[in-house]
Structures are given as structure tokens and as C-alpha cells.
Design a protein around this ligand. Structure first.
Ligand code: ADP
Ligand code: MG
Ligand code: ZN
Length: 623
């Protein structure tokens, strides 16, 4: 197969070579003819006749060719000139006794056909080849080869990745181990008559390690790995995608046992229904893929893996039994998983003995494998910048903040007034969090601006991984989000734009309480919104009437107003604390959780008694 391709290539190049030679011969031929003849002016022609230097003249439609007398010596070149409208020409020739006549055979029809048609064709083909050949190389795909020679794109023999490189995805690995075993030993399965799933679909948010897992399966099984991205099927030429699919499966079957991995399959596997505009190319490609999956015999040892973060848009036909009937969920890692992922990536860098990866894992809820890999790398870069020989905890913590909030932007100068506003705003968040019962402890407060737009922020860290959130906790989360604005109102008796993001998040949380979690009395347990694209941005989609939507808004507003009042009350009751801590933050720019809690607590003790006694205890206990 591969050899054949190579030969056909050789053949192609042979043709181009021949064409090139033909062109050169032609040019040379013309040049030689030029050497043998010479252009002269008509007046010279006439004077040659008069001087009796010409032996014979051939008259054609538009030129006169004169053959000089050979005894004339010097040059024996044939002379030619344009035919000028000269009625006396014949008379002149007669008087000079020169033989004349038409051209015996003006131009052979074959020759003229060749010059007028074939030669230009050859030249243009040749030029086109040279030009497109360049573009070809740049784009890395064959524009002129029409999908014939794309093998290189997807063949990848050794991935070198094993399950050990994928951390924190134990369930996913477990379901894939079976596939590995099958590839190692297909006979064991076929002997008993068991059919393995032809394909498995890896589903999960971006960066959780789907691509990595597929490579690991190939690495573990020690088989060839054909990998192609879904978008690579949809090309500029219609029909190319389908031919690529055909090619891919043909090669895969020849190389069996092997794994065919189609990354981001939603690019071609999108549901065909409800798509009015239609995309013929994609549909053709999808159909071809379906046909190929049905056509090949999985007992040969070809396993198809595919990955997507939008499983809900996939065509149902792809998911039916016999195709991608097995789903492997690759979800965001939990605390333990995050720690393991950090460890895997920390192996490659020199890291201090004291570094506490568990603490980093705790500080990164919701982070995916790609984020964590990035954090380790950022930390290593920071260690180099500070000319350290190894990565220390501080590097890691800073890296987490860089990933979450962007780099520090030290050159952004805030006016003192603005700085004060930011400080009170942030302490407002932190204080509400510390004084409420069901909130995550405050980890850090800072008013150093960040490149991603934050002028300051308050970082809360859960003391343990949570999988469920209660109504009370959600309510208090909203209070904390609104605490920033509340503090500004109390201290400066004004409002600023700084709360825009808080407002957005608070509203979203409040709305989902009403419409998705059944936490409002008004709607009881009625579902009014559902999440689309669960693995991407997770945007909710309303499925209710416009009237109901209006009532949802009312209910949401009620929750927000309640939370706003509550946080204002908390801050008013602790006005002294708010001012004291804000002044301290202005001075230091960054307050760590311990110090903050200490200030909250010491105030509490100095006052002797406080009605928020219990909640204070919880706060300090967590911090
Ligand atoms: P996906 O295909 O799910 O979007 P990738 O597999 O491309 O994500 O992951 C990107 C990178 O993130 C990987 O190359 C790896 O360095 C890191 N990574 C992601 N998940 C994990 C994991 N579970 N264990 C170790 N590294 C991971
Ligand atoms: Mg991927
Ligand atoms: Zn805020």
C-alpha cells in the first residue's frame, strides 16, 4: 500500500520531468532556428534584389523569405522580412531573374497544433504545479493531491504515553483497560464470541485529559495510533472529508491492531436534523464515517476512540449500539485527583521537599488537568525568574493566582480615592464571608491589580471538597458576592462600577436557585431552565412561558434584595471592623487569611461579647 503510493508518486514526477525536457527542447529549437535566419528591413530586401544577391524568394501570407546566393560567402543565413504591400514586387523579382513562389508547406498542422495548444497547456500546468506545490508545502496538505496522500496526517506510531501519565481519572481508565486488553489479546474475546464495542466516546470538559487518555490507551496496548481532528475532515473541497474517512479506515485496517482516534468529533458528528442551511460536506463525511464503522470487523482489532465536549449535539446515529456505544466520562478531577495530577507534572520539575501539593490542590477547585499542568509550569518559570534552583511553595501559590486572576499589574496606578474604594469593597466581601456561618473561609485579600481586569480580589477556599450545596449556603454565597458593594455604600454612601462582576454572578446564582434547584416557594420543584453544553460554558436555557419568565425575574430579585440587605446589616453592625481592616489592607496591599481572621477575632474579644459569636468561631476554626 505504502509502496504503491510511493511508485505512483515517482510516476507523476517522471511526467513532470518529461514535460520540462520537452519545453527546454522547444526553446532550444527556436533559438537554433533563430541562429539560421536573420530579420532584415524591406528596403534592405529590395536593395539585395537590386544587387543581385538573392537566389530565391518564398512568398507567404505575411512574410518574405529570401535565400541568399551561396557564393556570397560570409553569412549563409536565410533572410526574412515582413511582406509590405508592394505591387511592384513581382516585377522586381522578374527583372532580377530570381526564382519565387509560395512556401512549399507553410507550417505542418501537427506542429502548429502543438505550438498553439499543447505547449501553452504544458507550460501552464507546469507553472501551476510549481506555484501550488509551494502553497501545498505551507499548508501541509495536498491541494492538488485531492486527499490521496494524506497518510502522514494521521499515522502516529508510538505515543509514548501510558496510564501512569494520566492521573485522577480512575473510572475512565477502568473502562478503557478492557479495550487495552482486547487489543493485546483479541483471540480471547473472539473465542468466546464476545464482541467488543467498536468505539468509545470520551466525554468531558476541555483540558481534562481526553486526548491524553486516548494516547495512553494506544501506549498501553502498544499498537499504532491513528489520530485526526474532526475539523481536519471538513476541508475546502467537497467530498474530501468522505475520502479522508475512507483512507483513514483503509489504512487502519491494514495496520490492525490499532486505535483510530477522532478528536473533537462534534465538528463532523453534529446532529443532522434541524439544520436548515445544511452542510453537505459535513453530512457526507458523517455518512461515510457511519458507513465505515458499520463496515469493518471489530474482531480484527481496530478500536475507534473519539473525544468531544459537546456530547448533546452529536447525531443520534453515531451513538447507537454498534458505533460509539460506550461513553467514558472524563470529568473535572476532585481534590485527590488534582493532587495526583500535580504530582504527575511535578515529576518533570525540580520541586522543593517542603512544597505542599495537597494545599495547592485544595486551592484549585474546578481546575482541570490542563490548568494544573500549567500551574506547575508557571511555578517553575517563576522559580527561574527568582534564580532559585527548585520550585518552592510560594512559586506554586503565585502560579495559582496567575492562572485564576492573571499576572500582577504593578504599573497600574490607582488614585488614593480609588484604592480606598477597592480596599473597602474587598474587605466588605471578606467580612461578610467571615461573619456568616456557612461560607468558605477567607484565604487572601489583595488590592494589587491583575492583568485580567480585577482591581483587587478576595480569595475564599473551601476547607473540604463539596459536592452538594444547600440553600442556606447558596444564600450566603450571594450575600458575600454583594458584600463588596454593600461596604462601598456604607463607607462612601455611593456606588461604583466595581461591582459589575459580583452582580452578574449573584444574579446567576439567585436565578438558578429559582429555576433549576427548586429553592423558591413560588415554583416549588418545577424545573424552568436546563443546562446546555454541560461540559463547556454550561449556559442555562429557559423552557417556560414568557409570563413565567417574568415571575422568575421577580423571585430572583426578591432573593437578591434580601441578600443585599443582609450584607449591609452585617457590615453596619461591624462598621469599626470594616474600617480597621480596610486601613490595614490599604497599608499592606495584601492580607493573608490568618491575619485577617486574627483581626476579626481580636476585635471580638476586645468587645467582650458579640452577637455573631458562633459564626466567628467557625470562621477562625476554618482559617
Ligand atoms: P482534552 O483533550 O480533554 O481537552 P488534553 O488531553 O489535551 O485535554 O489535556 C491537555 C494537557 O493537560 C495534557 O497534555 C496534560 O499535560 C494535561 N492533563 C490533562 N488532564 C490530565 C490528567 N488527568 N493527568 C495528567 N495530565 C493531564
Ligand atoms: Mg483534546
Ligand atoms: Zn467584588
Amino acid at each position: 500500500m505504502f509502496n504503491n503510493k510511493f511508485d505512483s508518486n515517482k510516476f507523476k514526477y517522471g511526467i513532470y520531468y518529461a514535460i520540462a525536457v520537452a519545453v527546454i527542447v522547444f526553446i532550444l529549437n527556436d533559438y537554433v532556428t533563430n541562429l539560421k535566419s536573420e530579420h532584415i528591413k524591406y528596403s534592405d530586401f529590395v536593395s539585395y534584389i537590386n544587387q543581385n544577391k538573392i537566389q530565391e524568394v518564398q512568398i507567404s501570407k505575411d512574410r518574405l523569405v529570401a535565400i541568399p546566393k551561396s557564393n556570397e560567402g560570409e553569412s549563409n543565413k536565410v533572410l526574412y522580412t515582413e511582406r509590405v504591400d508592394d505591387p511592384d514586387l513581382i516585377k522586381k523579382l522578374d527583372t532580377a531573374k530570381i526564382k519565387y513562389g509560395g512556401v512549399p508547406q507553410e507550417d505542418s498542422p501537427i506542429r502548429s497544433f502543438f505550438i498553439n495548444w499543447v505547449l501553452p497547456l504544458i507550460i501552464f500546468t507546469f507553472l501551476g504545479r510549481v506555484l501550488f506545490g509551494r502553497i501545498d508545502k505551507k499548508m501541509g496538505s495536498g491541494v492538488m493531491s485531492f486527499g490521496k496522500n494524506t497518510a502522514k496526517i494521521y499515522a502516529e506510531n508510538e505515543t509514548g504515553v501510558t496510564f501512569a501519565d494520566v492521573a485522577g481519572q480512575e473510572e475512565a481508565k477502568e473502562s478503557l483497560v478492557e479495550i487495552v486488553d482486547f487489543l493485546h489479546n483479541p483471540k480471547r474475546y473472539t473465542d468466546i464470541g464476545a464482541k467488543l464495542p467498536k468505539g468509545a466516546l470520551l466525554v468531558g470538559p476541555p483540558g481534562t485529559g481526553k486526548t491524553l487518555l486516548a494516547k495512553a490507551v494506544a501506549g498501553e496496548a502498544g499498537v499504532a495510533f491513528f489520530s485526526i481532528s474532526g475539523s481536519a475532515f471538513v476541508e475546502m473541497f467537497v467530498g474530501m472529508g468522505a475520502s479522508r474517512v475512507r483512507d483513514l479506515f483503509k489504512q487502519a485496517q491494514e495496520k490492525a491492531p490499532c486505535i483510530v482516534f477522532i478528536d473533537e468529533i462534534d465538528a463532523i458528528g453534529k446532529s443532522r436534523e434541524g439544520n436548515i442551511s445544511g452542510n453537505d460536506e459535513r453530512e457526507q463525511t458523517l455518512n461515510q464515517l457511519l458507513a465505515e464503522m458499520d463496515g469493518f470487523d471489530s474482531s480484527k482489532g481496530v478500536v475507534i476512540l473519539a473525544a468531544t465536549n459537546r456530547p448533546e449535539v452529536l447525531d443520534k446515529a453515531l451513538l447507537r449500539p454498534g458505533r460509539f456505544d460506550r461513553r467514558v466520562i472524563v470529568d473535572r478531577p476532585d481534590l485527590k485527583g488534582r493532587e495526583e495530577i500535580l504530582k504527575v507534572h511535578a515529576k518533570g520539575v525540580k520541586i522543593s521537599q517542603e512544597a505542599d501539593l495537597n494545599a495547592i490542590a485544595k486551592g484549585t477547585p474546578g481546575a482541570v488537568g490542563a490548568d494544573l499542568a500549567n500551574i506547575i509550569n508557571e511555578a517553575a518559570l517563576r522559580a527561574v525568574k527568582n534564580s532559585r534552583k527548585e520550585v518552592v511553595q510560594e512559586d506554586l501559590e503565585d502560579a495559582v493566582e496567575v492562572i485564576i486572576a492573571g499576572k500582577e499589574k504593578k504599573d497600574r496606578i490607582l488614585s488614593d480615592k480609588e484604592k480606598r474604594a477597592v480596599a473597602f469593597h474587598e474587605v466588605g466581601h471578606a467580612l461578610v464571608a467571615a461573619l456568616l456561618e456557612n461560607t468558605d473561609p477567607v484565604h487572601k485579600i489583595t488590592i494589587v491589580p491583575r492583568t485580567m481586569g480585577a482591581l483587587g480580589y478576595t480569595m475564599q477556599l473551601p476547607s473540604e471538597e463539596k459536592y452538594l450545596i444547600t440553600k442556606e449556603e447558596m444564600m450566603e454565597q450571594i450575600c458575600v458576592m454583594l458584600g463588596g458593594r454593600a461596604a462601598e455604600e456604607i463607607e462612601f454612601n455611593t456606588m461604583s462600577t466595581g461591582a459589575a462582576n459580583d452582580i452578574e454572578r449573584a444574579t446567576q446564582t439567585a436565578r438558578s436557585m429559582v429555576s433549576m434547584y427548586g429553592m423558591s416557594e413560588r415554583f416549588d420543584m418545577m424545573g424552568l431552565e436546563s443546562i446546555q453544553n454541560r461540559y463547556l460554558d454550561g449556559r442555562p436555557v429557559q423552557n417556560c412561558s414568557a409570563e413565567t419568565a417574568a415571575i422568575i425575574d421577580e423571585e430572583t430579585l426578591k432573593i437578591i434584595k434580601e441578600a443585599h440587605e443582609k450584607s449591609k446589616k452585617i457590615l453596619k453592625d461591624n462598621r469599626y471592623l470594616l474600617t480597621k481592616i480596610s486601613e490595614r489592607l490599604l497599608e499592606k496591599e495584601t492580607l493573608m487569611g490568618d491575619e485577617f481572621i486574627h483581626m476579626v477575632k481580636s476585635n471580638d474579644e476586645s468587645k467582650g461579647q458579640n452577637k455573631e459569636d458562633e459564626s466567628l468561631d467557625t470562621g477562625s476554626h476554618n482559617g
